[in-house]
Design a binder for this molecule. Structure first.
Ligand SMILES: *Cc1c(COP(=O)(O)O)cnc(C)c1O
Length: 661
């Protein structure tokens, strides 16, 4: 027997993490569900055992009862049957969107908590899970590199949301509150504070300076007499943007323009929704040019220079850690550096990282003691990850102002679990529904007490305490460092690297049939693949080819699920996001004529997109690589489709100008 290697030891922990592709861990889950359901029932019975059962023990024999049960069973069976058409996220044959199997600790904790039905809007409705939510915020803060000890005055704070979309709204809300508050202090003329000189300065402070001013104001209030305190609070409140609304606030400060949100072209559409929701308007979302699907740092600088020249405030600069379409990671470090440079020149703005997808990759960067791992130590486990750029980006997370992370994506938890985390919790006072100016103090108990009325601070009202329990227990069972939770993202990175290598081999082997390229090296665990039948020069025809391929790789409710061999997804490459040079490079490698870009059906390039998050893609138990199997399958389909498409492709070749404008 060979000695147990660390890799083998690792994989055995992972064995217990999920229900499994075959439902291998069914007994474990069943045991947990039954055990804790019984436990819940005992809890009910032990509340006041002297109360007699309200439902008669003979009730189940009554025809009405039986009719109800029959109807319920019938509907449940129909539902269960219909759900068999669901997308098989659990299967290693599923490499489409950002979904996979669910972590057992989270699933079990959520099922266990559901019958207690805690409502995390406040501790009155969730005496247990509201504390867990605050703890989850601290767990995530530690993963990101924020201060996460509530005894530290500038400790981070995080809470759950229904998803990344709402977490991104929360980031916009906080950014707006932080920019506008110093203006309100100035307008109210609060004495004794080190106030900025004018509205422009007040509106464009460095986020740290804005928080410092808020803390000063609170200290000032604390020493004022109760009457004075009430008077000044009311006066400042009357000047706040939250009181006046955008229209009233900007009318009162005609020197200020409505601020812009800077986000990369590849940003998720929640940013557009958020700008509309806040009443800023879609026009206030300025999309930053990119280079190879990552923020172009020079273009960011140029944009900020222009903003400064035009006295155009910036609400926030958004960097994406793991773009939804390509998994690429923006140079967060460079965006933070830009924040410092421009704040020094009078254009302050916060940096928000949209890590809804990529957030949990940060576990790979954390030692068990919470410190940052050196790049070499991480790189030793992988072929190419993390690139120096990716390492610098993730290492800089702790210097950003807020982050969105989705436990229901790379956290492998059920939907309804996004998270918003801000670097310094003191800014959250600005979001409180009831004026909450004075801090309780600097002990962990004060911090907890403050956030027990969570509904004061969050965008939502009533919300699931069960979802919170799922996230909390998962983070306890698998702490957010490389040795524990990190095993999961490590597995996905390995699968993505295997996929990348296999895609390159596919391109070689299939050179006679299709030209195939991986358009850019993956930053994380998404791998894109562009294909064009040999001989075709037109983008629109290549797109039609990839779309036909994708038709075979997606759910078709009219056909039995078992007919499907594999699931993939598609996305598009837009010249605006790629930049001119990259676009030409990729089209050239595919043998496509750039002049056909812009024809009907060809304004962007359609490519295959693969999300390699299933933990069993590389099945060591049976020596199967589902990545290899997928590419074998793809080769067969490409050959068949290219044979069909052949005549059209050569038509296009014979009449190169015919379809051009
Ligand atoms: C998924 C995603 C979102 C939106 O999150 P939801 O949980 O779907 O609301 C936002 N940003 C990025 C980068 C994402 O990947």
């Amino acid at each position: 027997m060979p000695a147990t290697s660390p890799a083998a030891a690792r994989s055995r922990t992972l064995d217990a993490c999920f229900l499994g592709p075959y439902g291998e861990n069914d007994t474990l889950l069943e045991k947990l569900v039954v055990e804790f359901l019984r436990d819940h029932v005992y809890w009910r019975r032990n509340f006041h055992p002297e109360d007699p059962p309200a439902i008669s023990t003979a009730a189940a024999a009554h025809p009405d009862y039986q009719a109800f049960e029959a109807r319920m069973r019938r509907e449940l069976h129909q539902l269960s049957a219909a759900l068999k058409k669901s997308v098989p996220f659990h299967s290693p044959r599923y490499i489409g969107h950002m979904a996979s199997d669910l972590l057992l600790p989270g699933l079990a904790a959520q099922i266990l908590t559901l019958p207690y039905n805690p409502n995390n809007v406040s501790e009155d409705a969730a005496p247990v899970t509201v504390d867990l939510e605050v703890q989850v915020g601290l767990q995530l803060a530690g993963m990101l590199g924020y201060a996460h000890d509530p005894r530290q005055p500038g400790c981070a704070f995080g809470h759950l949301t229904s998803g990344g979309t709402v977490a991104n709204y929360q980031a916009l809300r906080l950014a707006l509150a932080q920019k506008a508050f110093p203006v309100a202090l100035l307008a109210a003329g609060v004495p004794d504070l080190a106030l900025p000189e004018d509205a422009w300065q007040a509106f464009n402070l460095h986020p740290h300076a804005a928080t410092a001013l808020l803390v000063q104001w609170q200290a000032w209030l604390a020493q004022a007499s109760p009457g004075e305190r009430r008077r000044w609070q009311a006066r400042v409140q009357g000047e706040r943007l939250e009181q006046r609304g955008l229209v009233g606030f900007f009318a009162a400060h005609p020197t200020l323009k409505v601020p812009k949100v800077l986000a990369p072209i590849t940003a998720h559409y929640s940013w557009s929704k958020g700008c509309k929701l806040l009443g800023l308007g879609r026009a206030q979302l300025e999309l930053l040019p990119e280079r190879g699907m990552r923020i172009d740092v020079e273009a960011l600088d140029a944009t900020l220079d222009r903003c400064l020249r035009e006295r155009q405030p910036v609400l926030a600069a958004v960097a994406v850690m793991g773009t939804t379409e390509y998994g690429t990671i923006d140079p967060i470090d460079a965006v933070v550096a830009a924040r410092e440079r421009f704040a020094a020149r009078g254009l302050g703005f916060p940096v928000h990282v949209d890590a809804a997808w990529g957030g949990y990759l940060a576990t790979l960067f954390r030692e068990v003691d919470g410190s940052l791992r050196p790049r070499d130590a991480i790189a030793a486990e992988f072929a190419a990850f993390p690139s120096p750029g990716v390492y610098a980006a993730i290492a800089a997370l702790g210097d950003t102002d807020s982050v969105t992370v989705d436990p229901h994506k790379l956290g492998y938890l059920p939907y309804g679990a996004g998270a918003f985390v801000c670097r310094d919790h003191r800014a959250m006072a600005l979001l409180a529904e009831e004026a909450d100016y004075v801090f309780h103090g600097d002990t962990p108990q004060d911090y907890l007490n403050r956030y027990r009325s969570l509904g004061q601070f969050i965008p939502e009202g009533s919300k699931s305490g069960a979802a919170v329990a799922g996230v909390y227990v998962t983070h306890k069972v698998l702490p957010l460092d490389h040795a524990h939770f990190g095993q999961l993202p490590a597995q996905t990175i390995r699968a993505a690297e295997a996929c990348h290598a296999r895609a390159l081999r596919f391109a070689d082997e299939m050179a006679g049939v299709v030209r195939a390229v991986v358009p850019f090296a993956p930053d994380s665990n998404l791998v894109c693949f562009a294909l064009n039948p040999v001989g075709n020069r037109r983008v629109a025809a290549a797109n039609a080819f990839v779309r036909r391929l994708h038709d075979e790789l997606r759910i078709d409710p009219r056909r039995p699920l078992q007919d499907k061999q594999f699931f993939g997804s598609v996305t598009t490459l837009r010249p605006e996001a790629l930049g001119g040079t990259e676009t030409r490079r990729i089209l050239d490698a595919l043998g496509l004529d750039p002049a056909t870009l812009g024809e009907e059906g060809g304004d962007r390039l359609v490519i295959l997109r693969h999300t390699l998050m299933n933990p069993y893609l590389l099945d060591h138990e049976n020596g199967i690589s589902y990545v290899d199997r997928y590419f074998d399958y793809l080769a067969g389909r490409v050959q068949a489709l290219a044979a069909e498409a052949g005549p059209h492709a050569s038509d296009a070749r014979d009449t190169p100008g015919a379809l051009r404008a």
